[in-house]
Each structure stands twice: as structure tokens, then as C-alpha cells.
Design a protein around this ligand. Structure first.
Ligand code: TYM
Length: 345
């Protein structure tokens, strides 16, 4: 027993729990294709660096992934691949929870409740909805429209305080703050207002140099890309478009390949490339070759470990099931509080 400031005796275990309590962090990734270096640099690397400072929960958000056309026959494979690649990149399941969203049905229950607090007008303004509606003209469904409310439910179900994401998700987290505020004002204080956290690479551009790197634009390099494929893709990547010939001086400030170097190459390589590109001592092919070599070196262990986990998925499935069990407990508690505040049961 330990004597507290108010003079009462508390079990040591209780005091330890209070003093070691970390802030809850929540984030998610869709199983909508291969995990790419935009996800890795923009989110996953940051998640890994935060593992010890927060109480971390990461979700493979399959209910979000069904809002666009997909093949049900390969959904499970994609879920395993997404989980395996994240684990292989360093998302250590011993230091966080990793689970599949649809294994905890409370996500959709809370989303329905939050729907009745969310004005349609706000959802109509969501940039990602407008972009995706344009890309999926024949399938602009209610799920796509309601996507940010489900994302809010994901975060609030675990009372997530910190949400590390890429820039494209900032608007969604702002919305989740607004919905949390509305819930608290209408029914009573329950949810923290989630804050987004950006990495040092919040918006990685695709190999086309024009659009954000994304699965749907097919302008990406995946984390499990074969080495030859990395080189093949990089060799076609758009550079400084004003540099027409090998002898023209280039401008690294407007070159997406140079930007990618910042995440894979050393400081001295960066300095040298910057200088030699401007003076045309080095051509785009040479510059891409260095990037390709460095990228292959960094991604090789991730690819190797991912394939090992994917080819023998029992451990990944185990991790996901354990994660879902832990999340289910937290989610049930939150839903009890939600229902009680709302006079539902
Ligand atoms: P998703 O699956 O599109 O992407 C996963 C994470 O990767 C980031 N990201 C990028 N960062 C930098 N540059 C890029 N080119 C790039 N592409 C993707 C995303 O910002 C994201 O952080 N809606 C989310 C998933 C989600 C979620 C949540 C996130 C569902 N519920 C709750 C946080 C909290 C999404 O589609 O991520």
C-alpha cells in the first residue's frame, strides 16, 4: 500500500497504473492494395517512432476499404498483407495493438450514433470525398460520403487523443474534433478532442511528380516491390521538367526525385547531388540510380520480413485476433458510457 496526497491508502498497483498512464494514440490504414512508400514515410515510420511514448492502437480499416469497388475474393489476403507489411516495417505487436476494424462491430455502432450529430453540409465539403467521388463516378455511395464519420468513430471508440497521419487526413481529424465537441456538449463530457500529428513527410508525391502518391493513381512504389521493379519505376519517374537534355542544369528544388532522396540518402549524398545536378555534372539517370540503390537497401529487410510473414500468416492472424480481443473490451466499455449518456439503455 502507498499513502496518497489526501492521506488515503491506495494499492501500489493502482498508483503505478496512474503514474505510467500514457496518452492514447490511434491510427489506421486501408487494406486497399499494397502499402507504398507514401504510407511508409507519411505515417508508418512516424507510428514506429511513437510506440514507446503512447498507448498505441493501429487498425486495418476494412470497412473503409469497401466504400470503393473491390474484389471480395482477395480482401483477406490484402488485410494480411497490410498487417504483415506494417509489422515488418517495425510496428512491433509487443508494443502496440494491431487489429482489423470489422472484428470490433462497435465501430459501426458508434458511427451510426455520430451520424446523427454530423451535418451533411460538413461532409459535402470533405476534399477526399470530392476527389474520390470524381474517381468513382459510377459508385458514389453513402459509405463513401459517410467515411469520415466512421473514421471519427474509430478514434473516439478508444478515446484517442493523438492521431498520426499524412496531410490528406488532416481534414478528417479536424472533423472528428468537431464531432467529439458536439457529443460532449449535447450528452456530457466523454471524448477527448483528437489532435492530428504530422510526420516530416506529410505529403509524398507520386512518381508522376504531379499527384499525391496513392494506390488509386498507380504512381507508387510498394514496400514489397522487387528490386528490379523499384529501378524500373524510378527510371520512368518525372524529374525537373525544364531539364530537357543531359547537359542542361537541373533544379533539385522542383524535382520530386530529389525530394525522395531526402528520405533515403545520406546528407553528404544530398549535398553532392544538389550541387552536381545544378551544374549538370550528374544526369537524371545517375541521380535515379543512386536513389534506387538506397531505396532497395532500406526496403530489402522490410520486403524480406513481409514475405516471410505473408507466406506463413498464422502469426499475423494470431496478432490480429489478440488485438481485436483487447480492442473489443475497450470498445464495449466506451459504448456502455455512450448509451448511458444518451439514455439508450
Ligand atoms: P490510407 O490507407 O489512405 O493511408 C494510411 C496513412 O498513410 C498516409 N498517406 C500518405 N502520407 C504521405 N504521403 C502520401 N502520399 C500518403 N498516402 C497516404 C495517410 O495520410 C494515412 O495516415 N482514412 C485513412 C485510414 C483511417 C484512419 C482512421 C486514420 C481510417 N480510420 C482513424 C487515422 C485514424 C486512410 O484512408 O488512410
Amino acid at each position: 500500500m502507498i499513502k496518497c496526497m489526501n492521506g488515503r491508502l491506495k494499492p501500489f498497483r493502482y498508483v503505478l497504473q496512474i503514474t505510467t498512464m500514457k496518452k492514447r494514440l490511434f491510427s489506421g490504414i486501408q487494406p486497399s492494395g499494397e502499402v507504398h512508400i507514401g504510407n511508409y514515410l507519411g505515417a508508418i515510420k512516424n507510428w514506429i517512432s511513437l510506440l514507446d511514448d503512447y498507448d498505441c492502437i493501429f487498425s486495418i480499416v476494412d470497412y473503409h476499404a469497401i466504400t470503393i469497388e473491390y474484389d471480395p475474393g482477395i480482401m483477406q489476403e490484402r488485410i494480411i498483407n497490410a498487417a504483415a507489411t506494417n509489422i515488418a516495417a517495425g510496428l512491433d505487436p509487443d508494443r502496440c495493438i494491431i487489429f482489423v476494424q470489422s472484428q470490433v462491430p462497435e465501430h459501426t455502432e458508434l458511427a451510426w450514433i455520430l451520424n446523427s450529430l454530423t451535418p451533411m453540409g460538413i461532409l459535402e465539403r470533405m476534399t477526399q470525398f470530392k476527389d474520390k467521388a470524381q474517381q468513382n463516378e459510377k459508385n458514389i455511395n453513402v459509405g463513401l460520403f459517410d467515411y469520415p464519420v466512421l473514421q471519427t468513430a474509430d478514434i473516439l471508440l478508444y478515446k484517442g487523443c493523438t492521431v498520426p497521419i499524412g496531410e490528406d487526413q488532416v481534414q478528417h481529424v479536424e472533423l472528428s474534433r468537431e464531432i467529439a465537441r458536439k457529443f460532449n456538449a449535447r450528452y456530457g463530457d466523454l471524448f477527448p478532442e483528437p489532435q492530428h500529428l504530422l510526420s516530416n513527410a506529410p505529403r509524398i508525391m507520386g512518381l508522376d511528380g504531379k499527384n499525391k502518391m496513392s494506390k488509386s493513381m498507380n504512381n507508387y512504389i510498394s514496400l514489397i516491390e522487387e528490386p528490379e521493379a523499384i529501378w524500373k519505376k524510378l527510371s520512368r519517374a518525372v524529374t525537373d521538367e525544364n531539364r530537357k537534355r543531359r547537359d542542361d542544369p537541373g533544379n533539385p528544388d522542383i524535382c520530386n526525385v530529389y525530394t525522395l532522396h531526402k528520405y533515403f540518402s545520406t546528407d553528404s549524398e544530398l549535398d553532392r547531388i544538389n550541387k552536381e545536378c545544378r551544374s549538370a555534372e550528374i544526369g537524371c539517370v545517375d541521380c535515379k540510380r543512386i536513389l534506387s540503390d538506397n531505396m532497395i537497401k532500406e526496403l530489402a529487410p522490410i520486403r524480406e520480413k513481409s514475405l516471410e510473414l505473408i507466406n506463413n500468416p498464422a502469426n499475423v492472424i494470431d496478432t490480429l485476433n489478440t488485438g481485436a480481443e483487447k480492442c473489443k473490451k475497450i470498445a464495449e466499455e466506451t459504448m456502455k458510457e455512450v448509451r448511458s449518456l444518451m439514455g439508450l439503455r
